[in-house]
Design a protein around this ligand. Structure first.
Ligand SMILES: [Zn+2]
Length: 434
C-alpha cells in the first residue's frame, strides 16, 4: 500500500530544515570568486564546513535507510503471508459477500478491512520507522498523538480513494480476463494522474496549512524568475511543514492547471535569501521541463512491465497455493495480499530504475535552477542543509541504486562548476548584479 500511496504522491520533492534571525550567505575560504577559481577545490571547501560528527550522523541516518528498504519489504511480505496462510483474507472476502451481493461494493468492503488489517499489523514497525527513528535523529517536530492522527488521516484517504482504484482494477480483471494486465496498467496511470491532480487542492491541505507567501522581499524575486522563464505564476505558496519536521523542502505539485510552487517554512527560516532563490529556480525547472508529464510517460512503460510481471506471478502462485488459501482466482478480492506481495517485490527490484528516473530529472532541475536563479553559493548552502538527511558523499554505485536526488557533493560540484563557467563573479554574494 505504501508503494501505491507513493505513486499517488507524484509531486517532486526537493527535500529539506530551523533558526531565529534570517540566515545570511556564508562562502567558505577556498570557494570565493577569484581569477584562479577551481570547482573541485571550492566543492571540497564547502564539504569541509561540516563537522565530522555531522557527517557520521547523516551517513548513519541515510545508510540505515538502505536496510529499512529491505526490512519494509520483509515486514510487508510477512503480513501478506499471514493474511493468506491463516485464510484471514478469505474470511474477510466471505464477510463482505455476506453483507452485499453487489460485486463492486463487496470489493470496497474487502479493501476497507484489508487496509485496517495491514495498518494494525504494520503499526509497530511504522511507529519505529516513522516516529521513533525520526525523533532519535532530531527530525521530528510532532508529538506521538499528532503523528498518529496523521497516520489515521492517511488511512482514511487510502480507504476512500484507494478503494475507488481497487474497485476499478478488479472490475477490469473480471471483465477482461485475457488482457487485464494492459488495461490495468492503463488504469493505474489514470489513477496516478488523478492523484497528482487533486493532491495540492484536496489531499495536502488535510495535513498542513497552505498560505500565500506575503513577504515581498522573498516573493517578488521568485515571481521575477518565474516571469523570466515563462511561468504564468502570480502566487507562491508557503506550507507549515514545521508542524511535522524541521527538514527544508520545496515542491512543484499538481497537473493540468492545479500546478503550484510551494516552499516550506523551514526553508524560509533556515536558508539565506540566495539559497531560497536557488531552490525556487530548481522547482521552476521541474515545471518548465514538463517533468510531471515526462514522468507519466516513464511510469506508463514501467507499469506495463509491472502488471505483466504481476500477472505472471499471480498465475503461478495461485496454481500452487490458490486452493490452500481459498482464493478462487485473480478476480477474487481475497487475492489482494498476494498481489501486494508480488508488487512490493517488483518495486523493490526496480528501485534503482525508479530512483534513476527521478534523480535524472532532479539533476536537470538543478542545472536549470542554477541558470535561472544564478545563485551557485546559495545552492551549495541548500545542498549542505539537505545533506542532514541525505548522505553527502556516497560512492557512485550507492548514488545509482539508492539516491532519488543527486548527492550533496554532486550538487555542490555542479554549482561550483557553474560559478567557474560564468564570468560575472565580481560580486560573489550577488553574482550577476540581481
Ligand atoms: Zn526537485
Amino acid at each position: 500500500m505504501r508503494f501505491l500511496l507513493a505513486l499517488l504522491w507524484l509531486p517532486l520533492f526537493l527535500g529539506a530544515q530551523t533558526g531565529a534571525a534570517p540566515p545570511t550567505l556564508h562562502i567558505p575560504p577556498g570557494a570565493e570568486a577569484s581569477p584562479g577559481f577551481d570547482a573541485e577545490t571550492a566543492t571540497k571547501a564547502y564539504l569541509a564546513t561540516w563537522k565530522p560528527a555531522q557527517k557520521v550522523r547523516s551517513d548513519a541516518y541515510f545508510e540505515g535507510g538502505y536496510w529499512l528498504m529491505l526490512l519494509d519489504l520483509l515486514v510487508g511480505a510477512a503480513i501478506s503471508i499471514l493474511l493468506l496462510a491463516t485464510r484471514l483474507s478469505a474470511k474477510m472476502r466471505d464477510w463482505s459477500e455476506r453483507i452485499t451481493s453487489r460485486k463492486p461494493l463487496a470489493t470496497w468492503l474487502y479493501w476497507a478491512q484489508y487496509s485496517l488489517a495491514i495498518f494494525a499489523l504494520g503499526l509497530p514497525w511504522a511507529v519505529y520507522e516513522g516516529f521513533l527513528r525520526e525523533s532519535q535523529y532530531g527530525f521530528m517536530n510532532q508529538t506521538f498523538l499528532a503523528w498518529f492522527m496523521d497516520q489515521c488521516k492517511s488511512l482514511a484517504v487510502a480507504i476512500l480513494l484507494g478503494g475507488i482504484a481497487v474497485m476499478a482494477l478488479f472490475g477490469i480483471v473480471r471483465r477482461l480476463q485475457r488482457t487485464w494486465q494492459f488495461w490495468g496498467a492503463g488504469a493505474a496511470i489514470v489513477f496516478t494522474m488523478i492523484g497528482a491532480l487533486i493532491f495540492p487542492v484536496f489531499l495536502a491541505p488535510l495535513f498542513n496549512k497552505y498560505t500565500l507567501l506575503e513577504d515581498a522581499s522573498i516573493r517578488d524575486p521568485i515571481l521575477r524568475i518565474a516571469r523570466e522563464n515563462g511561468i504564468p505564476a502570480t502566487k507562491v505558496y508557503e506550507v507549515d511543514a514545521s508542524r511535522q519536521s524541521n527538514r527544508i523542502s520545496a515542491n512543484v505539485s499538481g497537473l493540468l492547471g492545479t500546478e503550484r510552487i510551494t516552499l516550506n517554512d523551514n526553508l524560509l527560516r533556515r536558508c539565506s535569501p540566495q539559497a531560497i532563490m536557488s531552490v525556487m529556480g530548481h522547482e521552476m525547472g521541474h515545471y518548465v521541463l514538463n517533468h510531471v508529464y515526462k514522468m507519466v510517460a516513464f511510469l506508463t512503460i514501467l507499469f506495463v512491465g509491472y502488471f505483466a510481471a504481476l500477472r505472471w506471478g499471480l498465475d503461478r502462485s495461485l496454481a500452487r497455493w490458490g486452493a490452500k488459501w481459498q482464493i478462487r482466482g485473480v478476480g477474487d478480492t481475497a487475492v489482494l495480499p498476494l498481489a501486494a506481495l508480488i508488487l512490493s517485490v517488483i518495486a523493490f527490484v526496480a528501485t534503482p530504475i525508479q530512483n534513476t528516473l527521478v534523480r535524472t530529472q532532479e539533476y536537470e532541475a538543478d542545472i536549470f535552477g542554477l541558470n535561472a536563479a544564478r545563485q551557485p553559493d546559495g545552492f551549495a548552502e541548500a545542498a549542505l542543509l539537505l545533506g542532514e538527511y541525505r548522505k553527502m558523499e556516497p560512492t557512485a554505485l550507492e548514488e545509482f541504486v539508492f539516491f532519488d536526488h543527486p548527492s550533496g557533493r554532486t550538487r555542490i560540484f555542479s554549482a561550483m562548476r557553474w560559478k567557474r563557467e560564468n564570468q560575472c563573479l565580481g560580486n560573489a554574494v550577488n553574482p550577476c548584479e540581481r
